[in-house]
Design a protein around this ligand. Structure first.
Ligand SMILES: Cc1cc2nc3c(=O)[nH]c(=O)nc-3n(C[C@H](O)[C@H](O)[C@H](O)COP(=O)(O)O)c2cc1C
Length: 316
């Protein structure tokens, strides 16, 4: 297929691909900028950073690329408004919000002409987002890594959304290669968002242990875990997930970071432990991953990942 561009408001990316924001610190400037340099849209995960750190990451990304850079912030965190406003005041190109739905974010986007892209899992929320001023919606199916808003498959939800809104629809969840991208575009999507494939790249800050588990995981290793956010999450089974699927895990220091927290365990610590900024220790780290992680066999540089995607997409 001829590779289409992705137009979102005034933004135009050469490739119809968004690299999903991945907290905590898995997708920072290094990954996002490299993705943007290859013609896709790179996204810095803002969740778990303080405003100064987020400003610094955006500046660093801008120094590394002229491409399109976005920031992703989870609605579930107390600092949601602060982090989104920080990204907007650093002139970020677009903001993606997941794990909950904010109405206010569209006002902030409108005031500054910043594209707002909510993650939704139903046509009902997509219609609301369009009415509130979303420049595009990201439709995530149950195959996705990270927090999940649905147990329905992307291929079932996507056509329903495409039928109901005029704005670009981006499909996410379980997309690993260019043939997967073609399939989602053929269902009427304008682009895709991919997380796990980019988490398993040289430029991602996933710890060595997390990267190793990405390339060795089988289908059966991918499970649904409870998150203190109040949503299930998709992750690779390890000693930590065995612990949280049993009893509460003692929280030594609460950062009071979530709007509402079950205190079953500390999600921020568990995600940070999974990154190269943490210990990567299996009994402490939560390895978020999509349901198709078993198809990833190699940790590759972003350039190679995107070249492969382009080749496959052209063949599809
Ligand atoms: C390690 C990891 C961390 C993630 N963190 C976030 C996040 O902070 N915010 C968010 O909206 N989505 C997050 N996601 C979801 C991704 O942005 C993306 O939508 C999802 O990974 C797509 O599914 P895939 O992994 O099958 O490609 C995360 C996914 C992974 C794998």
């Amino acid at each position: 297929m001829k590779i289409p561009e992705l137009k979102i408001g005034n933004l135009k990316a050469k490739l119809p691909i968004i690299q999903g924001g991945m907290a905590v610190r898995i997708s920072t400037a290094r990954l996002a900028a490299q993705v943007a340099n290859e013609g896709a849209i790179g996204v810095i995960a803002g969740t778990g950073l303080n405003p100064q750190e987020l400003t610094d990451e955006i500046k660093l990304a801008r120094s590394l690329t002229d491409g399109i850079i976005g920031v992703n912030v989870l609605y579930a965190v107390k600092d949601f408004a602060l982090l989104v406003k920080t990204a907007i005041s650093s002139s970020i190109d677009l903001v993606i919000s997941g794990a909950g739905f904010s109405r206010e974010i569209f006002t902030w986007g409108r005031e500054t002409d910043t594209a707002i892209l909510p993650v939704v899992s139903s046509a009902r929320l997509a219609i609301l987002a369009e009415r509130l001023g979303a420049k595009a919606v990201i439709v995530e199916g149950t195959e996705a890594g990270g927090h999940l808003g649905t147990d329905r498959r992307l291929v079932d939800i996507l056509p329903e959304v495409v039928k109901k809104v005029e704005i670009p629809v981006i499909g996410a969840g379980g997309i690993i290669d260019g043939f997967d991208i073609a399939k989602i575009l053929n269902l009427g999507a304008s682009g895709v968002q991919m997380g796990t494939r980019f988490a398993a790249s040289v430029e991602s800050n996933a710890s060595d242990a997390m990267k190793k588990s990405y390339i060795t995981a089988t289908k059966d290793d991918v499970i649904s875990v409870p998150s203190p956010v109040g949503l299930p999450g998709r992750a690779i089974r390890n000693r930590f997930t065995d612990k949280i699927n049993g009893d509460k895990v003692k929280i030594t220091k609460c950062n009071n970071c979530l709007k509402a927290c079950s205190h079953r365990y500390c999600i921020m610590d568990a995600l940070l432990e999974a990154s190269s900024f943490g210990s990567g220790a299996e009994e402490k780290a939560l390895f978020f991953a999509g349901s198709c992680v078993d198809r990833i066999k190699e940790i590759l540089p972003v350039k190679e990942i995107i070249n492969n995607l382009k080749k496959e997409l052209k063949m599809a």
